[in-house]
Design a protein around this ligand. Structure first.
Ligand code: SF4
Ligand code: SF4
Length: 483
């Protein structure tokens, strides 16, 4: 009920956008999106000009031709959703203890060795955080088994996910096979479900590897940077040879024979290698990838391969073009392969309102060959960021410290940003590389993130308005901020 004594109405916190000439609001507190009808838009417009008392608001909107009862009802609805606020109403961001949230995703870095020497690699490049000296190069089965046991002990319910990572993951393929077999047996014995995925540079994919991956329904992401001339600039062997000619036939075979899960490409954009559309067309039309996702390289601002501001604007402009194409596809009921849009639409559709940018240290941990537990695969082998060891379990004090610093409530600069439900300050690893603190917001890309989130909201609004059944495609997809 509205109290007529409550003096002042004002706007809540939301971001307005239009799509197909219809008006929407994205509510920051609830991460909900809804379309404004003419009446709700009139109330919002009135409060955009100035605060109003109850009588002023009802009277002025009614004077514009809306029926009195409908105006009162609409005001109540807008209050319920926090699109407008009354009196002192406020929904604060708080920092809660989240260390009790069970880990459901385990990233096993099977090795810290790699057969490529990509200059920009976060593990071996100039900005590396890993301190691998004196630690094993390859994980053994005892460590992997203890890690899987820890994952299963975290919670007795819900699906579990094991992701294999490296170095180059397939350099320790025998262990990967052992882990899949062990985890499957354990899941069967405990009537649980467990799924698997891996990331690879594809150089070591053999027919037998593909058979195993396909038979065991392992999701695959291939790190690849585009057609030969682009890919071979940085993704090279130690002697400088490019890796494209080795991987292209292997990737084609993988896509042809592994039919049960979409095969994804993950592209790292670097300075001078920012032709997003050309890369996308090559990876989808010529190699046949089902999904393609792009991420700018993570590096300090002064590295030669770091993309400068004009380069990032060019990337954004091409992202927009692919997002427009995505929208056209979706309105015709067809899925598009540009996974940067898919991942954001899934978060918007699921009403994700993040306390943290990703699951690192929250529902996900990484384990390195030494058994050190890390917030995610990118922090593996880093003494500074270890959250315990597999022999002693997760160090809850260290985990709490990592999570408290990464919590949106600790990021003062983000508190007035409408994009915070989906951004929450951005990748902890990137924050450490750029600012020396995993809890620092990634302020170097705020404008970019807000523009991109707005674009995805427009695509979402168009689909919601013209082909709402299509949104079901996003109901169960997991976010794209993991490995
Ligand atoms: S990092 Fe920037 S874009 Fe992200 S929530 Fe914070 S202020 Fe907003
Ligand atoms: S977004 Fe960054 S911190 Fe989070 S899982 Fe990915 S690499 Fe790790």
């Amino acid at each position: 009920m509205i109290s007529t004594e409550t003096p002042v109405y004002r706007l809540g916190e939301f971001h307005q956008f239009t799509s197909l000439e219809r008006r929407f609001v994205y509510l920051v507190q609830s991460a909900a999106i809804f379309e404004l009808d003419d009446l709700a838009a009139a109330i919002i417009d009135r409060l955009s000009r100035a605060h109003a008392t109850h009588d002023e608001l009802i009277g002025e909107v009614t004077a514009r031709g809306f029926e009195d009862g409908a105006v009162r009802e609409s005001v109540e609805e807008l209050l319920d959703t926090h699109a407008i606020l009354c009196g002192d109403a406020k929904v604060p961001d708080g920092i809660q203890d989240l260390t009790h949230i069970p880990i459901q995703t385990l990233v096993l870095n099977l090795t810290n060795q790699c057969n490529l020497s990509c200059q920009y690699c976060y593990e071996y490049g100039a900005d590396k955080v890993a301190t691998p000296a004196g630690k094993p190069k390859f994980m053994n089965f005892e460590t992997a088994k203890a890690s899987v046991d820890m994952l299963f002990q975290q919670t007795r319910r819900g699906p579990l996910q094991i992701t294999f990572f490296g170095g180059e993951t397939l350099m320790n393929f025998p262990l990967l096979k052992q882990v899949v077999s062990y985890a499957k047996e354990k899941a069967t014995a405990e009537a649980r479900s467990v799924s698997f995925s891996l990331t690879t540079n594809a150089t070591l994919l053999l027919p037998a590897t593909i058979d195993f991956i396909a038979e065991n329904n392992v999701g695959v992401t291939v790190s690849i940077d585009g057609p030969k001339d682009m890919h071979d600039k940085l993704r090279v062997f130690a002697d400088g040879r490019g890796s494209y000619d080795i991987i292209a036939p292997k990737v084609r075979e993988l896509i042809q024979r592994h039919r049960t899960r979409p095969i994804a490409a993950r592209v790292t954009l670097t300075s001078g290698l920012v032709d997003v559309i050309r890369i996308f067309r090559h990876l989808t039309d010529e190699l046949g990838f089902h999904e393609v996702g792009f991420a700018p390289v993570t590096a300090s601002s002064d590295r030669l391969y770091t993309i400068n501001d004009p380069g990032m604007s060019g990337v954004l402009e091409q992202f927009h073009r692919l997002a427009d194409e995505y929208q056209e596809f979706a309105l015709r009921g067809k899925m598009h392969a540009f996974s940067n849009v898919t991942d954001t639409l899934a978060e918007l559709h699921q009403g994700v309102n993040k306390s943290h940018p990703c699951g690192a240290g929250l529902g996900l941990v990484g384990v390195g060959p030494s058994g050190d537990i890390a917030p995610c695969h990118r922090f593996v082998d880093s003494d500074q960021h270890a959250l315990g060891h597999i022999s002693t379990g997760i160090d809850r004090a260290k985990q709490a410290d990592f999570l408290n610093r990464g919590h949106i409530g600790s990021k003062y600069d983000c508190h007035t940003c409408w994009a915070r439900p989906v951004c929450a300050g951005g990748c902890h690893h990137e924050a450490f590389v750029r600012y020396g603190d995993t809890g620092h917001p990634n302020l170097h890309y705020c404008d970019w993130i807000r523009d991109w989130t707005n674009k995805c909201l427009e695509v979402y609004g168009a689909i919601a308005a013209q082909n709402p059944e299509f949104l079901e495609n996003f109901a169960h997809r997991r976010g794209g901020t993991g490995p």
